[in-house]
Design a protein around this ligand. Structure first.
Ligand code: ZN
Length: 536
């Protein structure tokens, strides 16, 4: 539970920030302005995103935060930071208890099933940057300790088996959401009678009959939702960390209460940058928004958001129909703070736009005989990319370098993925124009120099695509049964076995593989980057 605020020597500072770009600016909900990104500890970023309450299957609205923050992490890593990204799982809650009763199964089973559903959706959307996913029920000791500390410091009180946070003791309450203590209503019902004032909210709830409960100094019970995040973020990231994210609907009361608990307990800021992503709305519901642009007013959009309780769902089916790439691309086409309009039209449009890139990639594979997805630029850093393009010459590479710069400027500007995606389009357009002006479709006119320029341009597309988590793997076909992926996987395995055999001068085996594939009309082509295959 060590604080991340370790004193750093001057020398240390300059060393570790040497390769860092200092151009990133983040919109901070706390100050309502874009601020230069400066980390608590040089070169390191601690990032926390409020994760799901696992009581029902996820819907597409739940994927906005994970896709955005997955992209933010990719960009920070690309920019030279070491990032620790934590997403919590709330696996004890009223809704979980209700679901477990309704289904007649233990709460832990509901939680496990729905966590698996959530993880599989993340995987389909290419969200693979999360470092840890702590569960509330695994952190009961830390949660109880946190509550004890708050009581000891006079910010919380026990009452009839419950423990409440005393909002009147926190004079800064409301600074994140611009709301007052009067807006914070806390728990009603039976709990209301135990509270000193209406705004006090529960840190610990005494167990009712048949509810899952844990032993505590205040009797059997379970934690409130807000305290889970304060406790788990402290365990994973320390008392003060860099970025806290979540949907706009979580700003109040959840984040406001997290902030109050942590700041009061540690007497220091909890988070440097509070980031809130916009919510999703169905197409056609847009008119209800009324063109409001102020972020505080935008919280009203929460009433129109897509939610489980409104009967939306079937994300796994949607992914099956649309493919994970398309949904990810669709989400990244909006600036993360804006409202995302979701519906058939928007998805179809995203699919069409995405196919522009896939057509170019297929074209490149066909012309070059290389597979785009064999590239090694996925792990490229910004510094390496800058270096490689420093002497870019020729019309195409100068254009590509210029568009890459704008792409990075957009990403630096509060992770404007929408702006970055438009630069990628421009880049694809330039590359297609180059293929045409150089007549590369005509194999007789296909010169080595032009092909090498094409490969360099495609490598920049790969570098920038990887930041967005796109064009990393050959796309799945919508509605496909996955057999194409299996074929690709088996062929890659055979290609590897053949390469191993050749490395050991076992030509009998390598010839068997080649001839066996030839009998299936599959030819192997050995290239500098690796071996590609083609079915005639
Ligand atoms: Zn939270």
């Amino acid at each position: 539970m060590a604080s991340v605020l370790q004193p750093q020597s001057q020398e240390n500072d300059s060393n570790s920030s040497e390769n860092m770009t200092n151009t990133i600016r983040i919109y901070n909900t706390l100050t309502r302005q874009k601020e230069p990104f400066e980390t608590v500890e040089p070169g390191k970023v601690g990032m926390y995103l409020c994760g799901p309450t696992v009581y029902a299957e996820a819907h597409i609205g739940h994927m906005v935060g994970p896709v955005i923050f997955d992209t933010i992490k990719r960009y920070l890593v690309y920019s030279g930071y070491e990032v620790n990204w934590v997403v919590n799982i709330t696996d004890v809650d009223d809704k979980l208890i209700a679901s477990s009763r309704k289904r007649g199964i233990p709460m832990s089973q509901v939680a496990t099933e729905m966590t698996m559903d959530y993880l599989s959706n993340l995987q389909s959307l290419g969200v693979d940057q999360i470092n840890s996913m702590p569960r509330a029920t695994d952190n009961m000791g830390e949660i109880i300790t946190f509550i004890e500390e708050l009581i000891e410091k006079g910010f919380a009180y026990a009452s009839g088996g419950d423990v409440f946070f005393d909002v009147t003791k926190d004079c800064d309450y409301g600074q994140l959401s611009n709301r007052s203590v009067e807006d914070q209503q806390g728990e009603g019902g039976g709990a209301a009678a135990k509270k000193k004032s209406a705004g006090d909210f529960a840190l610990w709830k005494s167990a009712k009959d048949d509810e899952p409960s844990w032993k505590s100094p205040w009797g059997q019970g379970r934690p409130g939702w807000h305290i889970e995040c304060s406790a788990m973020s402290r365990v994973e990231l320390g008392e003060t960390f860099d970025i806290h994210g979540g949907g706009l609907d979580l700003m109040f009361p959840h984040h406001e209460n997290e902030l109050a608990q942590s700041r009061c307990c540690h007497d220091k800021p909890m988070v440097k940058y509070w980031m809130h992503n916009g919510l999703m709305q169905r197409e056609g519901a847009a008119a209800k928004l009324g063109g409001k642009s102020d972020r505080a007013e935008n919280a009203d959009a929460a009433s129109n958001k897509i939610s489980r309780s409104a009967g939306d769902g079937g994300l796994a089916q949607l992914i099956e129909e649309q493919t994970g790439d398309r949904i990810r691309f669709f989400l990244l086409r909006s600036q993360y703070r804006s409202t995302i309009l979701f519906g058939d039209n928007a998805l179809a449009e995203a699919g069409q736009a995405l196919s522009t890139f896939y057509r170019l990639i297929e074209r490149y594979d066909r012309l070059s005989g290389h597979s785009f997805y064999f590239g090694t630029e996925y792990a490229k850093t910004r510094a390496t990319g800058d270096q490689e393009l420093a002497d870019a010459s020729g019309e195409l590479m100068e254009a590509v370098a210029a568009k890459r710069s704008v792409f990075l400027e957009k990403m630096d500007d509060d992770f404007n993925t929408a702006g970055a995606v438009s630069e990628l389009f421009e880049m694809a357009r330039s590359i297609n124009r180059f293929i045409e002006s150089e007549d590369l479709e005509d194999s007789k006119k296909r010169g080595d120099e032009a092909m090498s320029t094409l490969a360099s341009a495609m490598s920049v597309l790969r570098e920038l695509g990887a930041i967005l988590g796109l064009f990393i793997k050959k796309p799945k076909t919508a509605g496909g049964d996955g057999s194409e992926d299996t074929v690709e996987g088996l062929l890659q395995l055979l290609i590897k076995l053949r390469a191993d055999a050749r490395a050991h001068k076992d030509f009998a085996t390598s010839d068997t593989i080649r001839d066996g594939l030839a009998a299936l009309d599959i030819t192997l082509q050995d290239l500098k980057e690796g071996t590609s295959w083609e079915k005639s």
